[in-house]
Write a protein that binds this ligand. Sequence first.
Ligand code: ADP
Ligand code: ASP
Ligand code: MG
Length: 404
Amino acid sequence: MPNIIVQKFGGTSVGSEERIASVAKIVQKASLDNSIVVVVSAMSGETNRLISLAKSFGDNPSRREFDALISTGEKVSAALLAMALQQIGVPAKSFSASQISMKTTSTYSKARILDVDGKKIQETLDAGIIPIITGFQGITESGDVTTLGRGGSDTTAVAIAAQMKAKRCDIYTDVDGIYTTDPRIVPEAKKLDTITMEEMLEMAGQGAKVIQIRAVEFANKYKIPVRVLSSFESGNGTLISLEENNMENGLVSGIAFQKDQVKFTLHGVSDTPGMAYGILGPLSDANISVDVIVQNISVNGKTDFTFTVSKEDEMAATDVIHTLNDTLKFDDLLIDSSIAKVSLVGVGMRSHAGIASSAFKSLSEAGINIQMISTSEIKITIVIKEDETDQAVNTLHNAFELEK
Ligand code: ADP
Ligand code: ASP
Ligand code: MG
């Protein structure tokens, strides 16, 4: 029995009939040496089109129907790729989430994968047929369609790789690997041959959209090697390695950034035990993830409490905070939706001091004001004005000579 490799193809990779035909060739070639399971995204632009279509009958469509609608793009590309493979003589079959029992939680648009039935996939492989599975979606216990959040096909692919005990998951995309930062923002960004799982968790968590954070979490948990590579040109791409050390990269391995962030400040909230929980608990109950958090020193028993959320959660977070006014009795709620986060990531930070100060020096020389700072062992995150993001990323990339 040959080894299993899961190949995932992103939106641009299946963006046209020609692209689908060339993806079929990649799958055909790989299937000569290994058993291949394929996961596809929707054709590029299609998910965005469906999201705008969802607003046709009001700004607040039912969340169930929203997911039912935006999950359809992947059905199209899966069936088309199966046809393209069949045309070149490779047996293939498309499968929807319900056909392989891809079970998720019931939080629409942010569902988490719980379980997948590997039997159907295995039977298909055993029959010499390549399964082509719709990414980005699942079904709830009661059979309703859910989606996994933007970029979720990556997670489908790694979850299937884990279930099938695949030897590797290959994420085919429109760049030839993982770079020190988004090459569309910093043209000198350097392609990495490897990156540690730990670094990739931080990079993806801080917005590097090349792979969804949940996919990296699955890969880390089930120890699945993941490779990111191009479907447009040949090459080895970047391996997200299970090794802990990073021999190749310097102190800072990469820079991630996230626009579309919102900063909430509860001004003049009473500084009593349980205040932070009183704010963050209800947000978490509403499935809103809060990232950078800062609480100021209190003056006369009152303080300011600031946190960031992503823009898609702005409305929901505003609603939650308004319901807290009675219990928390804050003076003002300030909402700033023109901010961005920029993060430096590298396992080398663990053993080296002074990285934060070098970063802050270069930003101050560029005249960029830092609004919030948060650090972990291998990451420094700053919050700045959104329209200074590209400049900040370029400045930091330069300062740490990541192009070398
Ligand atoms: P796909 O549709 O194949 O899933 P995505 O658009 O989701 O592709 O992800 C690929 C894009 O991620 C690249 O085109 C690039 O602009 C962006 N990107 C952001 N950060 C990085 C990075 N560090 N390395 C490579 N690409 C990155
Ligand atoms: N098609 C979905 C999206 O655009 C999922 C994906 O591409 O991974 O977010
Ligand atoms: Mg993607």
